[in-house]
Design a protein around this ligand. Structure first.
Ligand code: SAM
Length: 294
């Protein structure tokens, strides 16, 4: 059977058509455009049955990215499996903002730490776009770090990866200038609601999606730990859900409000929290350094 004949046998709704084509291209080891340019390509019986097996899973909401084992993020290809969150297009916004901030403030040689690196997508893109920066990816999951390292190699970037939360940086005496974090932020107590609204979520790691304290538990712990670092980061970028803005603003300001200026930027159902160290703190630190003769 040729690709052309095979596609005609699949009489499925329009919105699933794209997924089918991507899956077929994956099975044939060709880009999607190639199979359209060559509808005469023959499919073996094994390929047809592989397609049917994977498609059955897809119809049960199993994510396409896990079936193909890859996902594009910021124009780069990333390996993914069910140990990592599938990179979301919304998160590209945070990466853009960080790149913009680094370029505008001429902080190209910064130490940037991506906390909760997952597939490594944020860290890898940042290293690619800001090659002079030292980029570090941290995750509490060893299985996720395995994928992140693979992605760093695949995209030829020298990102350092460590296991643990932000405290692992302090132990290694690494004091980052910039923090990027897309930590789990869905409310643990509303799991059933999220699974009902988006059934595909149940295939992604629980530990990458849900957090306690209205979904803000991991961010609260991150900020509390950061605020006692010997040197505070200059900028902190956090992704949350847009419905969490009010609560997050109040809590985050309570934790680090006198040291940071907080800005919220809404973006497609998510929100980016940007904390920039306040000028007052910077000048106190400078004065202290002068007194100490540094
Ligand atoms: C929402 S996923 C984000 C993955 C990736 N950064 C992205 O944007 O696609 C969150 C990741 O944070 C990790 N994680 C959860 N709590 C953490 C913590 N306290 N410190 C470090 N990593 C954590 C999870 O294992 C998971 O890989």
């Amino acid at each position: 059977m040729t690709v052309n004949q095979f596609l005609k046998t699949l009489d499925l709704p329009q919105q699933l058509r794209l997924d089918q084509e991507i899956l077929l291209a994956h099975i044939l080891h060709h880009p999607r455009e190639h199979i359209f340019a060559h509808p005469e390509i023959k499919l073996s019986k094994t390929q047809v049955s592989k397609f049917r097996r994977l498609w059955k899973k897809r119809l049960k909401n199993y994510p396409l990215a896990y079936l193909t084992g890859q996902k594009e993020f910021f124009g780069l290809d990333f390996h993914v499996n069910n140990n990592v969150l599938i990179p979301r297009p919304e998160t590209e916004f945070m990466v853009e903002e960080i790149i913009g901030y680094v370029e505008k403030s001429a902080r190209g040689k910064s130490i940037i730490a991506d906390i909760g690196t997952g597939s490594g997508c944020i860290a890898v893109v940042l290293k690619k776009k800001l090659p002079a920066a030292q980029v570090i990816g941290l995750d509490v999951s060893a299985a996720a770090l395995k994928i992140a390292r693979k992605n760093s190699q695949k995209n030829k970037t020298a990102v350092e990866f460590y296991r643990g939360d932000v405290a692992a940086l302090a132990k290694k005496k690494i004091l980052p200038d910039i923090i990027a974090a897309n930590l789990p932020y869905l409310d643990k107590d509303k799991k059933r609601f999220f699974y009902h609204n988006c059934p595909a979520l149940k295939y992604e790691p629980d530990s990458a999606l849900f957090a306690n304290k209205n979904g803000l538990g991991d961010y609260i712990s991150l900020l509390e730990k950061l605020m006692v670092f010997r040197k505070l980061p200059t900028a902190i970028f956090l992704e949350i859900g847009s419905k969490q803005i009010k609560l997050a603003r109040r809590i985050f300001l309570r934790i680090c409000g006198d040291k940071y200026d907080l800005k919220v930027i809404n973006y497609k159902g998510t929100a980016l929290i940007r904390l920039i160290i306040s000028y007052r703190i910077v000048s106190i630190k400078k004065k202290q350094a002068r007194w100490l003769g540094h």
